[in-house]
Design a protein around this ligand. Structure first.
Ligand SMILES: [Zn+2]
Length: 336
């Protein structure tokens, strides 16, 4: 019970403090990849804490081991004791429902988000075909439109789309920068990273943690692509290129070069950012890993310790409360 409460309290703490702490972190502007990893770890740690907290409520003194039969026998015996009282049954069932709901809902929303993005892109490609798009020497697809716009359609088949207006507005160097930006989105499979953040936000509507994680993930993915564009040419060229194609929102399922927060991104490219040191990166990376490792260790640690010392009953069909206490001396106190 203590482990379950600690895990659930950890989830509440992450949801309450995490978004504010991350929004105030200035280092993400200098290391957007690490920033994305930190937001993902924060989201994952919350979900894991809920699922493991629910499991810890539903299965008392869960044991981990390599012998499956032994594990099942011990669990069955302990379960029979917990679910023998109305209070214990309510707590146990609530925990199981919580773990199941969170797991199924997250998986379902992710599947729906990915399916919707695939459908949007397929329709978009059909529209491009109907419009009679032309191939560009860079491999991009060109459509006749006076508005300067550039975006990519990710997926197994990957396309970069440019309007004729963009080709007219961009110099050769700026075009190279825009293409580098779009290729960074495609190469990094930023669509999958964004899909996870979008799915979790829809799985927990109204929760500030996931709303902030979605907004920040999408923004930071643009910074990652901007940095790739700056490396391919120069950050000032990337800023000029961005200025020329800014203002056009991304089509559904696509990443536009203009994208979101264009003004701040142009400012960031013009002023430049200080490099993020290796020591700082190691520190942030360790803290990010600890966010996820903490609930897993909190759940597995006590169970693994029990495994070393507890004896397991051999016949779950013939056990009584007294026999379980006798068979599992370590858990005697919590079973009584
Ligand atoms: Zn972009």
């Amino acid at each position: 019970m203590t482990v379950a409460l600690l895990l659930l309290a950890y989830a509440v703490l992450l949801a309450a403090v995490g978004p504010h702490a991350m929004r105030r972190a200035r280092w993400v502007e200098r290391a957007p990849r690490l920033g994305i990893a930190a937001w993902q770890a924060l989201s994952l740690a919350f979900v894991i804490s809920l699922v493991l907290g629910g499991l810890a409520l539903s299965v008392p003194d869960l044991r981990l081991g390599t012998d499956l039969a032994e594990l099942l026998r011990a669990c069955l015996a302990a379960l029979r004791v917990q679910y023998a009282t109305p209070g214990g049954a309510v707590i146990g069932v609530s925990g199981a429902v919580l773990a199941l709901l969170v797991g199924v809902r997250c998986g379902w929303r992710l599947a729906v988000t990915l399916a919707r993005a695939i459908t949007d892109r397929r329709r978009h490609r059909e529209t491009l075909r109907l419009l009679g798009s032309q191939p560009h020497r860079s491999g991009a697809v060109v459509i006749e439109h006076s508005v300067p716009a550039a975006y990519c359609l990710p997926g197994i088949r990957q396309d970069i789309v440019l309007t004729s207006g963009a080709l007219n507005a961009l110099s050769e160097e700026q075009l190279r920068s825009v293409l580098a930006h779009e290729r960074a989105h495609l190469r990094g499979r930023h669509d999958l990273v964004a899909a996870v953040a979008i799915a979790l936000n829809s799985a927990f509507p109204g929760l500030a943690l996931f709303r902030a994680a979605r907004e920040e993930t999408v923004r930071l993915l643009e910074l990652v692509a901007d940095d790739a564009a700056a490396r391919s040419t120069h950050r000032l060229v990337a800023a000029e290129a961005l200025l020329n194609v800014a203002g056009q929102p991304s089509p559904a399922g696509a990443f536009a070069a203009g994208g979101s927060g264009t003004g701040d991104r142009i400012r960031r490219l013009i002023t430049g950012v200080r490099p993020f040191g290796r020591a700082q990166a190691a520190l942030v990376g360790s803290a990010t890993a600890a966010l996820v490792a903490l609930p897993v260790a909190g759940f597995a640690g006590p169970a693994a310790t029990l495994l070393d010392t507890a004896c397991c009953v051999t016949d779950p069909g013939a056990v009584s409360h007294a026999e379980i206490c006798e068979a599992m001396p370590v858990t005697r106190d919590c079973l009584s």
